[in-house]
Write a protein that binds this ligand. Sequence first.
Ligand code: HEC
Length: 153
Amino acid sequence: MAAPIKHILTAIATVCTIISLSTAHAADEPENIIKFRQNVMKGNGAHITNIAAVVKGQVTTTANLAADAQAIADGLENFGKLFPTGTEGGKTNALAKVWDDRAGFDKALADAQDAAENMIGAAASNDIATIGKALGALGKSCGGCHKPYRKKM
Ligand code: HEC
């Protein structure tokens, strides 16, 4: 066989192997989606805790506020897509009500997204009182979803 053709065939075989490898791992297993959404939320928890540390004066640098606020907004943006049917069981703290009252859940999510956007604006103000007020509203919006839609933790 001519060398160039052999190379082309080898390249094709490699591509086929990569494709079959990526499909061999079943994607979007419920347990993986559950872990994934919990990690998004862990991130939210870390970011809001850091904003609170600044508001309380435990940490004086305000350099991270914008990134923390943006990360919360980004995390919430696609959060609604992480609750497909099949992920209501297993190791989740989400209550069945997420699926039974999807409109209410989506509303709670939209409210939290508004509060996160508001926090981005507040962070840009660099005014601790403004940031504190936005933090209060943001925290309330987290609870506005956790209370009805998450197990007590
Ligand atoms: C629209 C609903 C909703 C909003 C808004 C929301 N959460 Fe959650 N959160 C959940 C659900 C549902 C779970 C449980 C997920 C699971 O176990 O599958 C959760 C879990 C968590 C967890 C625990 C993660 C873990 O398993 O270790 C933390 C921390 C958390 N949220 C923080 C926040 C913070 C901070 C905010 C606000 C910035 C927020 N959440 C906003 C619904 C929401």
